[in-house]
Design a protein around this ligand. Structure first.
Ligand code: B12
Length: 440
């Protein structure tokens, strides 16, 4: 039985040929490298690719948790460094030990990361222990669907459900159709309320599902949703001069526009615009780089199962850290800034509002402000958990965020919601930061 299929091939014959070739390569090799054709006009230059790969490679040593999005990006960008190999081993070990306790979206990312490394997710084996990641993913996706049917919301996030359906579809496993139909209906009924990131990940799943399904009414539904979303993202690109949503969602939206060409045809897409926008920004955060890089090399998550896996001699990339950033950090050390910080709960239980003003070294990230506030006044006590995007604040003043209640601590600069977390956002002198207990 075929355990995976290419999701984006143009014709049936080409798809079958591609599947056959990929399986042959898979049987012959354990590693990977990618050599298919990509949109040459819309790919980043060699220097920027090397800089981004360097950040990802370095993150494999730095991070506490192995990050499947990083492995996926390294593979889609054709990296064959030792760092990639080291991360692959860590991903396999973590999958075997922890997959059952992960969220559905995490299992989906592990599946895509392993697929793109030409490892069979049905049988991940490390030190005589093994795990069937696909069965776990199928079970967790069924739970997401059941939760949706009962409460009208996913157990985790729509973004994760998009990843679940993508992984199951790309692998050719089935069991993603109900999720795809839910995602399509949701995109049609409330596309405007969803973030660009969510729309892109949900719609990418639909592209794969559309290419695999023969049921005419399902195809019609998926086509309508994909036409709506891809056109909406093209409109956003035009409004934002290349930016689709914000800088962190532009890469994911570009993936969708790469994969969904036939759904907005004959409308033209200037793919150079978002690529130039992201390149100009010189992303630094490993997770931001990991989500942006696939589109910048002309690939999407749907290509995970069709990479040409063959080990070449290991290549290492010289890490080029942004000189402006390091100079800036040195200059900023000399002075201090003052930041006003307010915490508000007007949502549940005993309402509270506390405000303080703290001084921290200029150039400090927001986390330092929170730590200083907590040090001088225990009312500002807080807790964080490590995530793929860095530390996430999960509790302030003893009030915990809850996935079941769908509550979280939302951060603002005056009235504007922050677009980065406490581990990377750098407040300026005189800024007013607010943490507001909110729902999503
Ligand atoms: C769903 C979502 C949320 C949900 C998470 C709900 C949940 N428990 O599942 C909620 C609403 C809580 C949320 C909050 C925030 N988010 Co958010 N979120 C997302 C989104 C759309 C999908 C994440 C996901 O499901 N991933 C799939 C799963 C399988 O992967 P995962 O690693 O397990 O995902 C976890 C982390 O992503 C974490 N998380 C979610 N958002 C953030 C943000 C930060 C800064 C951190 C450290 C962690 C984190 O929660 C996920 C589930 O546990 C992403 C989009 C994206 N491009 O990744 C944005 C995204 C990650 N979020 C973002 C931001 C800015 C925030 C906030 C800082 C917004 C704010 N102004 O307060 C807050 C976090 C504040 C805090 N308390 O520290 C940015 C991060 C950009 C950056 N460079 O740091 C993203 C990329 C959106 C964007 N394009 O701007 N988010």
């Amino acid at each position: 039985m075929m355990w995976y299929q290419r999701g984006t091939a143009g014709t049936e014959a080409l798809r079958m040929l591609s599947v056959a070739l990929s399986i042959a390569v898979l049987l012959a090799a354990e590693g990977c490298g990618a050599e298919d054709t990509v949109h040459q006009d819309c790919t980043i230059n060699t220097e920027e690719r090397a800089r981004m790969l360097g950040i990802l490679q370095l993150s494999t040593i730095d991070s506490e948790l192995p990050n499947p999005s990083v492995l996926l990006a390294l593979n889609l960008a054709g990296d064959s460094s030792k760092a990639r190999q080291y991360l692959l081993e860590q991903i396999k070990e973590t999958a075997v030990k922890q997959a059952k306790d992960m969220s559905s979206g995490q299992v989906a990312l592990y599946t895509l990361a392993l697929l793109s490394s030409c490892c069979n997710p049905r049988h991940v084996k490390v030190h005589r222990q093994s795990v069937d990641l696909l069965s776990i993913l199928q079970e967790k996706t069924d739970q997401e669907v059941a939760h949706w049917e009962e409460y009208g919301i996913p157990q985790s996030t729509l973004f994760s459900m998009g990843l679940d359906a993508q992984a199951l579809c790309v692998v050719g496993a089935g069991g993603y159709q109900s999720a795809a139909v839910i995602l399509a209906k949701q995109l049609l009924s409330s596309q405007g309320e969803l973030s660009v990131d969510e729309q892109a990940m949900m719609a990418l799943a639909l592209v794969c599902a559309y290419n695999q399904t023969k049921l005419q009414d399902v195809r019609d539904l998926l086509k309508t949703a994909l036409t709506k979303v891809s056109n909406a993202l093209l409109d956003k690109q035009a409004e934002g001069n290349g930016m689709i949503g914000n800088i962190y969602s532009t890469g994911l939206a570009t993936q969708l526009l790469l994969a969904a060409g036939k759904f907005y045809a004959p409308r033209a897409w200037d793919c150079r615009q978002p690529v130039a926008t992201i390149t100009k920004h010189h992303l630094q955060q490993p997770m931001a780089v990991a989500q942006a890089l696939p589109a910048l090399v002309g690939r999407t998550y749907l290509d995970s199962a069709s990479l040409n896996c063959s080990y070449e001699a290991s290549t290492t990339t010289n890490l080029q850290l942004d000189p402006i950033l390091s100079q800036g950090m040195m200059a900023e050390k000399v002075s201090t800034i003052t930041v006003k910080y307010t915490i508000i709960n007007h949502l549940i239980g005993h309402y509270f509002t506390y405000t303080t003003t703290v001084s921290v070294p200029a150039g400090s990230v927001l986390l330092v402000v929170l730590e200083e506030a907590q040090r001088v006044d225990p009312n500002f006590s807080f807790k964080t958990v490590p995530t793929s995007w860095g530390p996430m604040v999960v509790s302030i003043h003893g009030l915990d965020a809850s996935e079941t209640e769908r509550t979280f601590w939302q951060f603002f600069s005056s009235s504007d919601a922050l677009e980065e977390g406490v581990g990377t956002y750098k407040p300026h002198n005189g800024e007013h930061i607010l943490a507001v207990f909110s729902t999503y």
